[in-house]
Design a protein around this ligand. Sequence first.
Ligand code: PTJ
Length: 249
Amino acid sequence: MTDIPQDHPRYHSLMTRHRIVSGVDKGITSQEGLIAQGRGEAFDYLIGEETLPSARAAEYAAAATILLAERPVISVNGNAAALVPAELVQLSDITGAPLEVNLFYRTGERVLKIIEHLQAHGAGQVLGGQPDAAIPGLSSQRCKVCRSGIYSADVVFVPLEDGDRCEALVGMGKKVVAVDLNPLSRTAQCATISIVDNVVRAVPNMVGMVMELKGRDAGYLHGIVKDFNNKRGLADVMDFISRHLSEIN
Ligand code: PTJ
């Protein structure tokens, strides 16, 4: 519970911050996750705290890519679990993509708490508790994955993280769909589809888009993916930020 008044001009941002703090209190989110959230907030401010048209296009292409995938997987870390647990469970349900907990600051206890947290939000089986494979070339704890999940996935959805694993997953030949508010981050720069948006907007948007696209044939979905240009999308965000800053001055 929080006593932030609903008419506070920064209500939504403060509530999001509160969810991360509460994630730390529950042992779901790492303390470093607070710093990551702060960095994200700064970039969110620069993009006007709304979904830009380029992000919407990326979310649309991401929804189509996940629907076209043979073995899509949704990777969950401590921040995403605190911010959008119900929405991630919903995305998993409607796409058939399993949820797998994968952490940078990994402890067995935190993995278990995140699995339980997702299950409290309606998830069935959640992968990640007993990793039995490793992402080649990655020395961090993030290398620990499930063979039936991230290891054999063709498309991995990663709502915000550090860049190393994104590079390693792309190196394994996978398509990576990443959400990252920092268009300059290694994750955003190396992902197959980079969604420069806040996960609290991006994931619900994607749920709506998947529902809309679910009945469409593969040709239509391939068309959406083909029309999407990731480099152009990132350049559009940078253009928006520069224009936005010069308008403020
Ligand atoms: O739960 P763990 O142990 O896996 O750790 C997760 C964090 C996020 C702490 C870890 O992966 C980390 O340290 O990440 P970084 O290197 O701080 O990168 C996080 C990226 O996510 C930054 O580029 C932020 O701008 C971005 N970000 C932060 N909050 C959001 C976000 N992007 C979208 N939505 C957000 N709410």
